[in-house]
Design a protein around this ligand. Sequence first.
Ligand SMILES: NC(=O)c1ccc[n+]([C@@H]2O[C@H](COP(=O)([O-])OP(=O)(O)OC[C@H]3O[C@@H](n4cnc5c(N)ncnc54)[C@H](O)[C@@H]3O)[C@@H](O)[C@H]2O)c1
Length: 393
Amino acid sequence: MSQLVHARCPILHDGTQWAARHMPLLAATMQNEASAFAGRRIGICLHIEPKTAVLVGYLAQAGAEIILTGSPGTTQEDTADALRDYGITVVGHRSDDLAQHRENITRVLDAQPDLILDNGADLIEGVHARGGMPGLIGATEETTTGGLRIRSWDSQPEFPVVVINDSRLKLLVENEFGVGQSVVQGFMNATNLMIPGAHATVVGYGPCGRGVADTLARLGARVAVADTDPYRALEAVMAGHQVGELTDLLPRTQLLFLATGHPGVIGAREIGALRNGTVIAGVGHMPWELDASALAEHTASVHHSGPSGQERAVHRLHDGREVIVLADTKMINLTAAKGNPVQAMDLGLTLQARSLAAMASDHDGTIPAGVQAVPGPIDRQIASDLVHALSRI
Ligand SMILES: NC(=O)c1ccc[n+]([C@@H]2O[C@H](COP(=O)([O-])OP(=O)(O)OC[C@H]3O[C@@H](n4cnc5c(N)ncnc54)[C@H](O)[C@@H]3O)[C@@H](O)[C@H]2O)c1
């Protein structure tokens, strides 16, 4: 088992320093693997928030040159400013729209990185669109959504892409327990509504949806689940949730969580079935599970309220019903809370750093090109380290 350490994160920012205290796996990894990153140029697209800043600080300390941009709508500006103060190139802002986000991606790729650390596959798709990138050693992709996107291409990348979400360990710790806690926390921050007794429906019972459904149930919500995969639906039944067709569940639903990762899951038919006053929150990576144009067609007027990140859009529909959409269905745990819990991200970012270090040190070319899971021995070692870190008294 590797030694657990609390290294000193160089980013002098209160939230980042707090996160670093609880990220021993990443600190140990960066001490052991620092030489793999010295002199490398690393292009990163990740949520810009304190846990990411811990990783970026360690990479810079190891001698890497970083060019970083955020995922759409989730950048925490104070963290971005602290990184800039330390000399990191940070591209973009929280308020950027998707067109500006694409420009930010282009700027990162124009720097010709040796390694890519991606979240949603925007950078990797940019490389793909350019027909490759000379000198690119490999990439990591954080999400299920990004992994599916890459696997759907006819021609696969000619460099290794390690999909972090294919790690069983990451699915359990981050997607299930981390997302479950932080999504419900974000929902409560954005609405101040009561969870006990509420009729909540979770669409999609993958690890993320399961975490949200189970957390809501533990707080006393009456939870229903819709999943098109019968095995996942069966798991939800076994966990004690009500399971049914989405359009049958919606007329009772007060709180609606979207956790499928797929576009247009709430379309015209589903909007027609929504209960008056339903509050909708996004969990999946992209804010596309609610079909915005279908909602616009049903909407007579919209009233916006709430502070930045916790925006509530009250849609009054032509038939008089109201539907409340939180933060345009962007991930509620990032817009209205502080993202996944620190220890969950210690794990996720450690998987990223260990996978990138393995690629950077793979001088014999033993890691094949194309999409693949985190190497088994790395995953198992980190699982063992995490048990040790979390069970210390
Ligand atoms: N908010 C966060 O912090 C965070 C963290 C990790 C992952 N994610 C994102 O959350 C999403 C879900 O992740 P996951 O790991 O649980 O994914 P997953 O693919 O394992 O699970 C998604 C589930 O949705 C179901 N589904 C798909 N289309 C459906 C439909 N039309 N109706 C009902 N069910 C449907 C699938 O059958 C599947 O069981 C992804 O977009 C992922 O990138 C968010």
